[in-house]
Design a protein around this ligand. Structure first.
Ligand code: FE2
Length: 350
């Protein structure tokens, strides 16, 4: 139900008798009424009085009703205007409805109940529209709140994931101090190559995380072998080669479900394009692009850095190596991107 005492109606009407009779009737029904005797005054009182509804005559001196209507509906489309106009103005009626009038009554109003009914109808419609609007605003706010919450928890998850990745990376490096920083530098070069090859942000992120822990399987290899200063025996070398499979097994066994193919990238990072790599001996496109990138970044960084059994061979030697095995072990597009990075973009390891 509409609370009439809280509803203010502005009557804009130049005929004093009609104005008075409408006012008396509506005040008798409990409404608060503001009166204006022409269009100009109507606009002024509309601004001052902030009515909930307007009864508007069309034919008036000074500012005419259509002009008043246009001003009200374009500035305050939520305030309903009911036109109360003389007979024989069908054209005006159509114009008024087009301009946004909510209803149209013809003067003289012989039965005031018609006026009352029209007002109640419009106010009822207004109430529904307002309720709908506030419900919609409430919904929008709810959605916004939940979106922020989701974004926050996604951010927290990403931070936690990065923390776990760092822990795993450190664990590998504790076991194999010679490769300290190796995984980070391989990740840096992998990202740079990925950008050269226009990989998506998501793909690049998966590659970055995989690169940071790609030697995870080395935790299963005795430290003495990893840090052995001399030449490795064949058996020792075979043992080291198990790290790709072991890394994959660790992630697989624990059912770690990343939104990126991290397991597979790690599994395949020693595969060769011609199928001569390990552990599966797969070839060509069967090897994930991210793994083909990681393979190149891995060998370049490893050769550029010192190892327990040799001094650093340097970037130049490393680049010669990938050129030599371009299209044999290594993806030609990845090799070219890597060469471009060092030769044209002056890429250096941090
Ligand atoms: Fe490796």
């Amino acid at each position: 139900m509409i609370d009439k005492t809280k509803t203010t109606i502005l009557i804009v009407e130049d005929d004093p008798i009609i104005r008075k009779s409408e006012a008396v009737f509506l005040e008798g029904k409990g409404y608060t009424v503001i009166l204006a005797k022409n269009g100009r005054e109507g606009l002024e009182k509309f601004k001052q009085g902030q009515p909930d509804l307007v009864l508007l005559d069309l034919r008036m001196p000074e500012v005419d009703g259509l002009k008043v209507l246009d001003t009200i509906t374009s500035g305050s489309p939520d305030i309903p205007v009911i036109i109360v106009s003389g007979v024989g103005t069908m054209d005006d009626a159509i114009k008024a409805l087009k301009l946004g009038a909510w209803d149209f009554l013809t003067k003289p109003i012989s039965n005031m109940a018609v006026l009352e009914h029209a007002i109640e109808n419009v106010l009822e419609r207004l109430k529904l529209i307002r309720e709908n609007k506030s419900y919609q605003q409430h919904l929008e706010k709810e959605v916004e709140k939940r979106t922020i919450k989701l974004q926050l928890s996604e951010q927290q998850l990403r931070i936690a994931l990065q923390g776990i990745i760092d822990v795993v990376a450190t664990t590998v490096e504790v076991r194999d101090p010679y490769t300290a920083g190796h995984q980070q530098r391989v990740a840096d070069l992998s990202i740079a190559i990925a950008r050269q090859l226009n990989l998506s942000e998501e793909q690049t992120e998966g590659l970055r995380l995989a690169a940071l822990i790609h030697d995870l399987g080395k935790v299963a290899i005795p430290s003495e072998i990893l840090t052995k200063p001399g030449q490795l025996t064949d058996i020792e070398y075979q043992l080291i080669k198990t790290h790709a499979q072991v890394g994959y097994n660790i992630l697989n066994k624990n059912k770690v479900d990343f939104p990126w193919p991290i397991k597979t990238i790690i599994y395949q990072h020693h595969e060769h394009l011609d199928g001569s790599g390990y552990p599966q001996g797969i070839a060509g496109d069967d090897i994930l692009l991210e793994a083909r990138i990681l393979a190149v970044a891995d060998v370049v960084e490893a050769m550029a850095s010192p190892r327990p059994y040799r001094r650093a061979l340097g970037v130049e030697r490393a680049l010669k190596e990938i050129q030599k095995y371009r299209s044999i072990h290594y993806d030609p597009a990845v090799v070219d991107a890597c060469l471009r990075l060092f030769k044209e973009n002056r890429f250096t390891f941090a």
